[in-house]
Design a binder for this molecule. Structure first.
Ligand SMILES: Nc1nc2c(ncn2[C@@H]2O[C@H](COP(=O)(O)OP(=O)(O)OP(=O)(O)O)[C@@H](O)[C@H]2O)c(=O)[nH]1
Ligand SMILES: [Mg+2]
Length: 429
């Protein structure tokens, strides 16, 4: 089964917590702090692999989590780092953040990779928190948070040339004679239901051609199979527009040509603007001096598009067509995929401006404090230790949150809530 879209959940590892330990030595009643740092959490990494063809695996397994970092230990021992999780995807896979709709990364070449969710940093052990006034730090830093996101994997084939046209006009037949690909060919509509790739090797030039399902009226709005398939020619540089010029199914070639172009434009400007060459196929069924054909040819040529008479199954006109494709490809600059999408801002996530903000508000149950950094320090706090509590309190005070709560009417003895922990406010700490 060919699957070209999937939705999965990824989560990086949390950083290990720093340790709170003290040296134990004979004859020294109170050794100094020696709690080591926690290990870094594992990251979730996507990597392109040319051995994969579909996103099928992601239909079955939908949750991917990297290892957490281990906690720090006594004697300044580091906790072990969590293992990264490398998720392999086919070349041409784009990874989108579902929440923002932005592009996290685009993997086009074998081995290319990017970090989609960074592991949390390891927390510092209490050995780092010793100072002249704090000889026995009874607290350590908690490990950094893990990052979770739901991502959409979207496979868009990578090819230089795309074949477009109505069903049954001979697209797969053309691919089969110009490359080693062996797509299914049959005399009915929608023979091709999975896109095929083939390499056309002319000796002096070679390029990849993508053969997709036939396009019908309304394809750009989802009719037939066009919708799922049009995305696979988005990354091509040139389109070969295959038209059945014999009118073997009773349609008019000029109308066919126009209808397909309307669908391309209806899907995206990007498709509409791709340079085209017309493959006037099934020429064997008519006379090439045929009036209808000449009318079609001059109509298309008047739009600046070249027309090549072809009979695909017997390889007539195919070399001429492919030489022209090679020449046209030479003139087309590939546009970086990133230019078409809004990119996810990893830096902003890393230096999250909200990270240090402490939110102070009042609800029905009392006064509340919230904030990412606050939560981290809160999680590092040893509530049985006055030094540790003072560290937390000083942080809250410095953030300006206490001042804000006082303005909202906070008084001595009132309850302040952080997460589901409650404590009483005292003036002097
Ligand atoms: N006479 C003649 N028949 C052709 C020519 N090209 C293709 N055919 C026939 O047309 C039918 C459809 O060919 P395909 O190559 O499967 O067409 P397609 O455009 O890939 O069709 P879909 O995948 O269904 O969209 C087959 O029976 C082919 O043998 C041609 O140049 N001349
Ligand atoms: Mg086909």
């Amino acid at each position: 089964m060919f699957v070209d879209r999937a939705r999965i959940f990824i989560k990086s590892g949390k950083g290990g917590d720093g340790a709170v330990t003290f040296r134990r030595e004979p004859y020294v009643p109170e050794g100094g702090p020696d709690g080591g740092d926690g290990g870094r959490g594992g990251s979730v990494i996507f990597e392109a692999s040319r051995n994969l063809r579909t996103l099928m695996d992601f239909k079955y397994k939908k949750k991917y989590q990297a290892e957490n970092g281990a906690n720090g230990m006594k004697k300044k021992q580091y906790g072990k780092s969590g293992k990264d999780l490398v998720i392999k995807v086919p070349e041409g896979t784009m990874v989108f953040d579902e929440e923002t709709g932005t592009l996290l990364g685009d993997l086009t070449k074998d081995g290319q990779r990017f970090v989609a969710a960074k592991g949390g940093r390891g927390g510092k052990g209490n050995v780092h928190f010793k100072s002249s006034v704090r000889q026995t730090p009874n607290f350590a830093e908690a490990g950094g948070f893990s990052i979770e996101r739901t991502v959409i994997l979207e496979l868009k084939l990578i090819a230089d040339v795309g074949l477009v046209g109505f069903p049954n006009v001979g697209k797969s037949s053309l691919l089969s004679v110009c490359s080693k690909a062996r797509p299914k060919i049959a005399n009915y509509h929608f023979t091709t239901i999975v896109p095929n790739l083939g390499v056309c090797d002319l000796g002096y030039s070679s390029f990849v051609i993508a053969d997709i399902a036939g396009i019908i009226e309304g394809a750009s709005q989802g009719a037939g199979m066009g919708f799922q398939f049009l995305k696979h020619i988005e990354r091509t540089k040139v389109l070969i527009h295959v038209v059945d010029v014999s009118g073997s199914e009773g349609r008019d070639p000029i109308e066919d040509f126009e209808k397909i172009n309307r669908e391309l434009a209806g899907y995206s400007d990007r498709l509409a603007q791709k340079p085209q060459i017309v493959c006037a196929n099934k020429i064997d069924l008519i006379d090439d001096e045929d009036e209808k054909y000449l009318e079609f040819k001059s109509y298309v040529e008047s739009k600046g598009i070249k027309v090549f008479p072809v009979s695909a199954p017997i390889n007539i006109g195919v070399p001429e067509l492919m030489n022209e494709v090679a020449a046209l490809l030479e003139t087309v600059e590939a546009q970086p995929e990133e230019s078409f999408y809004e990119m996810f801002d990893f830096e902003k996530e890393e230096y999250d401006p909200e990270y240090k903000t402490v939110y102070a508000y009042r609800d029905d149950d009392g006064f509340v404090l919230e904030g990412k950094q606050l939560l981290k320090i809160f999680n590092s706090t040893n509530f049985n230790d006055i030094g540790s509590l003072r560290y937390l309190y000083k942080y809250i005070e410095k953030s300006g949150a206490i001042k804000k709560l006082l303005e909202m009417g906070l008084e001595e003895g009132d309850t302040i809530r952080i997460e589901d922990f409650e404590f009483e406010y005292v003036d002097e700490f």
